[in-house]
Design a binder for this molecule. Structure first.
Ligand code: 5GP
Length: 195
């Protein structure tokens, strides 16, 4: 899929702070919008359908997979499915905005392969810090936190597969680093001749 503006993919292990860093971009970088993914995982308290995610039943998710509505989708460690809707990315592009995707690694690699002009940013954090954040967030069961930590250890070894790596040991510094990457890549894309 050719794209005039870069599509930014923020990835990394659960608890690395991807969501916090992305929120921090608003106000620092103009005309960006985070694509709302679809998922079959249950809604957490405070989450609203259509804002954090589109919460779909298993049947509805499968129907959309069959219709080819997803750019990518994965079955996560929890057994729940998550996917990026093509229509959501198209809507953001049609609004003249730069699309930000927050994805786990498998999906991020797929977008990196399939979307020309995609820019991947891996957010890293130390394992003890990840564990502390997940326990503090307390949105998953103890068993599920264990699964996410085991996955995180494995994922941290894959950071080199992505274009950029930002260590989130200091939120302010890491947010500035991600904002600098986004602005720099957007400025660079603006200097390229159209295909
Ligand atoms: P959570 O359940 O904590 O909201 O998300 C679990 C993981 O799924 C996170 O790493 C998040 O980045 C990832 N994720 C959210 N939406 C998508 C998506 O559309 N596709 C993929 N591949 N991963 C997603």
């Amino acid at each position: 899929m050719p794209s005039a503006r870069p599509v930014f993919v923020v990835t990394g292990p659960s608890g690395a702070g991807k969501g916090t860093l992305i929120k921090g971009l608003h106000g620092r970088v103009s005309d960006i919008e985070v694509a709302v993914s679809a998922t079959t995982r249950p809604q957490r308290p405070g989450e609203r359908d259509g804002l954090e995610y589109r919460f779909l039943s298993d049947e509805e998710f499968t129907r959309r997979v069959d219709e080819g509505e997803f750019l990518e989708w994965v079955k996560y460690v929890s057994g729940r499915r998550y996917g990026t809707l093509r229509s959501e990315m198209e809507r953001i592009a049609a609004d003249g905005k730069t699309c930000i995707l927050e994805l786990e690694l498998e999906g991020a690699l797929r977008v990196q392969d399939q979307v020309s002009g995609s820019v991947t940013i891996f957010i890293a954090a130390d394992v003890p810090e990840l564990e502390r954040r997940l326990r503090e967030r307390a949105t998953e069961s103890t068993g599920e936190i264990g699964g996410r930590i085991a996955l995180a250890r494995n994922q941290l070894e894959q950071a080199h597969l992505f274009r950029y790596m930002v260590r989130n040991d200091d939120v302010e510094r890491a947010t500035s680093a991600v904002a600098a990457i986004v602005e720099c890549e957007m400025a660079f894309a603006g200097t390229m001749a159209p295909p």
